[in-house]
Design a protein around this ligand. Structure first.
Ligand code: TPP
Ligand code: MG
Length: 430
């Protein structure tokens, strides 16, 4: 075949820079509202055809079609029941108020190191994690407090971890970026971007191995891997998409595309900014969803999680969202255009859910206020608990750092190296 016969398709042009003189980037909200991104195959129909899967059907699905299909099946026109609505609201309020409290405590000097808040992105954590069973796994990033809370880790343990106290979910050894809970199958909290994706892929592999090889009937856990747009330009992402698709692993890759990686615009840094497209390239469905709308996220989450649990393999979901604060609490957030911030502030996912609940008479103002109050009290209690908790003992410093519990290995004489009086000569004593 002659190469010259190949038609060269021009990629969608993206603005070369994000200087304030450029046309605002947010004006297209480039996924949900962009006509080029209307998906064309309802996921349910795609699943029905999955036995003849190699067929011609595209693995890309339309969020609007999924929602439409659900409406058709439902006796009412509502996407959620009252109970479901209140659970979603409470979880999103917990995430939002927790982070606001964190900011207060950080500026009062109660926590150390970098702290990255999740304000604005709550619809993603709530929309996905509230569909999980306790045994399912969640792998997060350094923006992890709210994923931990949605997964059920008590606010006391998360706050205490942030205060570096012994009662924290990592006994004060992890801090903000390393939330972990064996009890709730929260596998971290990772400071290096992309680092969690292989861990999540490994967790999904272990579920499949236990189910199919070891024949453990209950091993049907699903793993959710959360990470950002900037992380999608990291090689581990591609390696894991490949393996997950190859082995049909029970995993959902959830990209929280908040349009920025610290001060780098996603559109400026990425050759094809439509991240969802990378799913079909590896043979898995790729879905784009409005990440500021918890009900849309929830519909997509349900399909993707159920698909993974049925053993049909991974899904890549791109949630288009926005963070309402700087990259971390140390970031003065001067790079993003104020008009862009105002635009997304107007799309606050909590306000949108509230409106849905009121418009459909699923909740009253008093009911939601009562939830707000309950969460405020819960957080006051969490702060008090964290503040009064003890610091980890000095003896904990080297625990879980080295395989050798004393930290520095065992010498050829069979004794701990650190017990040799000459060992620490010229170094700081710990
Ligand atoms: C391997 C690695 N390289 C660089 C960094 C520095 N870094 C910290 S956050 C970040 C941006 C990540 O952006 P994104 O994935 O979009 O996540 P967001 O902060 O927007 O949630 C970078 C490059 C890092 N932590 N790890
Ligand atoms: Mg980002």
């Amino acid at each position: 075949m002659s190469l010259s016969a190949t038609k060269f398709v021009h990629p969608i042009t993206t603005p070369p820079s994000t200087r304030s003189s450029d046309k605002p980037l947010f004006s297209t909200f480039f996924g949900s509202n962009h006509t080029k991104l209307r998906f064309n195959k309802p996921i349910v129909a795609a699943q029905r055809r999955s036995s003849s899967a190699a067929s011609t059907s595209s693995p890309v699905v339309a969020v609007s079609d999924v929602v439409k299909e659900k409406k058709l099946k439902s006796t009412s026109n509502l996407l959620i029941t009252k109970e479901e609505g209140l659970v979603l609201y409470e979880d999103m309020i917990l995430g939002r108020f927790f982070e606001d409290m964190c900011a207060q405590m950080y500026y009062r000097g109660k926590m150390f190191g970098f702290v990255h808040l999740y304000n604005g992105q709550e619809a993603v954590s709530t929309g996905f994690i509230k569909f999980l069973k306790k045994e399912d796994y969640v792998v997060s990033t350094y923006r992890d407090h709210v994923h931990a809370l949605s997964k059920g880790v008590p606010a006391r343990e998360v706050m205490s971890e942030l205060f570096g106290k012994a009662t924290g979910c990592c006994r004060g050894q992890g801090g903000s970026m390393h939330m972990f809970s064996k009890q709730y199958n929260l596998l971290g909290g990772f400071a290096f971007i992309g680092e969690g994706i292989p861990v999540a892929t490994g967790a999904a592999f272990s579920s499949k191995y236990r189910r199919e090889v070891l024949k453990e009937p209950g091993a049907d856990e699903v793993t959710l891997a959360f990470f950002g747009d900037g992380t999608c330009n990291n090689g581990q992402f591609y390696e894991c998409l490949n393996m997950a698709a190859l082995w049909k692993l029970p995993i959902v890759f959830v990209v929280e595309n908040n349009l920025w990686a610290i001060g780098m615009s996603h559109l400026r840094a990425t050759s094809d900014p439509q991240i969802w497209k990378k799913g079909p390239a590896f043979g898995m469905p790729g879905i784009h969803v409005d990440g500021m709308d918890v009900l849309k996220v929830r519909e997509v989450a349900k399909e993707a999680i159920e698909r993974a649990r049925r053993g049909e393999g991974p899904t890549l979901v791109e949630c288009e969202t926005y963070r309402f604060r700087g990259h971390s609490l140390a970031d003065p957030d001067e790079l993003r255009d104020p008009a862009e911030k105002a635009h997304y502030a107007g799309r606050d996912p909590i306000t949108a859910l509230k409106k849905y609940l009121f418009d459909n008479k699923l909740a009253s103002e008093q009911e939601l206020k009562a939830i707000d109050k309950k969460i405020e009290e819960l957080l006051d209690d969490a702060v008090e608990f964290a503040d009064e908790s003890p610091l980890p003992p000095r003896s904990q410093l080297l625990e879980n750092v080295f395989a050798d519990p004393k930290g520095f290995g065992i010498g050829p004489d069979g004794k701990y190296r650190c017990e040799d009086p000459k060992f620490t000569q010229g170094t700081a004593h710990v």
